[in-house]
Design a binder for this molecule. Structure first.
Ligand code: GDP
Ligand code: IMO
Ligand code: MG
Length: 422
């Protein structure tokens, strides 16, 4: 049985949630391995919208085991809110497990995320302000509060030590207001009590599922170009959304993975700051943003929008070892005369086909486009490749040719069934 990774192959929000949900129907275990509630995955089932941030998308299937792996950072307040919201929608969290090694996102991390972004002035990263970066910083510095401490006997000691240390930074470095630890302890003790039953060593569960030949789904969050190493640094997140991150963050080795599916939109979007070669600043950009509903699930920010970038696609195929591509959200391109695909960059007069390691070089890269015929038909009810207009079929085949990787599925609408195999 497969160990399948489904990950974002652009800058996030490619529609991973929908595909993870589809494969979760057959999966025995779904595991998140990085990031935190900076992720926002929308899954639409029978017209009902489920907005998941931290909880794996397999939660919508009662038989599926859902694991938050050791590499994930967990905001106790936020995850409980998510559990409660799902309960109101009739979804049980009985089969949810959180690894004891997960680091907790605590009030000082939220404060420091906001303060450090503000201190960067106009040069901010545009984070989701969910405390992700500061929590991973504490993890690297080896001073973080892990779940086993949070729900265990060290709760008060660990929280007091961390708060004291961080107040020195909040007050001393940023001139902010110190956090009142007594109020935090009172509030967070209730969260610790509620979360205790979910906390365990999930690496054993994931390994056992792999060993028993079960279908394990590694649920990606964010996207390859937001990877701390392989993304457009420093405009990235603080974790590893690439395929390799799934092993580190779930606590199983790479032999557990049999295939890696990369989700792409048929165009490109990004939220937050940083370079974006094919970004459109004209009415075509507005058209795609509105047609695709490109407004952030987590922050509500309008997403920056541009044409499909095959230089990026080839890069993400390489750094993730993708075995298959999915082209999602084709329907929003309806009504455009021409569809453009960036096949290379013009870098100071030279044609380059590799994505530069230094993001600053991207500022000097101008996209070189190939143009393809657009389509006017409503494709949201198409369920097979043959039903699609010829120009859409051609666009997909051209993407396959330009990127050098097979396309196995397409998405033509937000609902679970608005997909097709090809
Ligand atoms: P994720 O973070 O990768 O899971 O993606 P998001 O949920 O943040 O963003 C994708 C958005 O597009 C959501 O609002 C989805 O409901 C929606 N969506 C997903 N697939 C399609 C599609 O094929 N067509 C359209 N029009 N919308 C889609
Ligand atoms: P999903 O899983 C899109 C972006 C933020 C910002 C940068 C750093 O829904 O695809 P952070 O708060 O992580 O420190 O912010 O990363 N970002 C995302 N963009 N989709 C996401 O997740 C993202 N998670 C973080 O906008 O540019
Ligand atoms: Mg999202």
């Amino acid at each position: 049985m497969p160990g399948k990774v489904i990950l974002g192959a652009q800058w996030g929000d490619e529609g991973k949630g929908k595909f993870i949900d589809i494969f979760a129907a057959q999966a025995d275990l779904v595991v998140r391995s990085q990031g935190g509630n900076n992720a926002g995955h929308t899954v639409v089932v029978d017209g009902v919208k489920y907005k998941l941030q931290l909880i794996p998308s397999g939660i919508l299937y009662p038989e599926c085991t859902n694991v938050i792996g050791p590499g994930v950072v967990v905001d106790p307040r936020n995850i409980l809110k998510e559990i409660d919201t799902l309960a109101e929608q009739g979804v049980s969290a009985d089969k949810l497990f959180i690894d004891a090694r997960c680091h907790c996102i605590l009030p000082w991390h939220l404060e420091l995320d906001a303060l450090s972004e503000k201190a960067r002035g106009g040069d901010d990263i545009g984070t989701t302000k969910k405390g992700i970066g500061p929590t991973y910083m504490d993890k690297s510095e080896r001073i973080g509060v892990r779940m086993h401490d949070f729900v265990g006997e060290r709760f008060e000691t660990a929280m007091r030590e961390a708060c004291e240390r961080k107040n020195k930074v909040i007050v001393g470095v940023y001139g902010g207001e110190p956090i009142d630890i007594e109020a935090v302890l009172a509030e967070y003790r209730t969260y610790a009590d509620r979360l205790r039953k979910y906390v365990t060593d999930t690496s054993i569960m994931t390994w056992n599922a792999v060993k028993e030949g079960k279908f394990v789904l590694f649920e990606g969050a964010q996207g390859t170009l937001l990877d701390l190493d392989m993304g457009t640094y420093p405009y990235v997140t603080s974790s590893h959304p690439v395929a390799g991150g799934c092993c580190i963050g779930s606590g199983v080795g790479p032999t557990a993975i049999t295939d890696v599916m990369g989700i792409f939109k048929s165009y490109t979007t990004r939220v937050g700051k940083g370079p974006f070669p094919t970004e459109l600043f004209d009415e075509t950009g507005d058209y795609i943003r509105n047609a695709g509903g490109e407004f952030g699930t987590v922050t509500g920010r309008p997403r920056r929008t541009g044409w499909f970038d095959a230089v990026i696609a080839r890069y993400t195929i390489r750094v993730n070892g993708l075995t298959e591509m999915v082209i999602n959200k084709i329907d929003p391109l309806r009504g455009l005369d021409k569809l453009k695909v960036c096949v290379a960059y013009d870098y100071k007069g030279e044609r380059i086909t590799e994505f530069p390691a230094n993001f600053a070089d991207l500022a000097d890269c101008t996209p070189i486009y190939e143009e393809f015929e657009g389509f006017d038909e409503d494709i949201t009810n198409c369920r097979s490749f043959d039903e699609l207009p010829k120009s859409v079929q051609n666009y997909i085949r051209e993407l396959e040719r330009i990127c050098g990787c097979k396309v196995t599925m397409l998405g033509v609408g937000p609902a679970r069934d608005q997909v097709m195999n090809i």
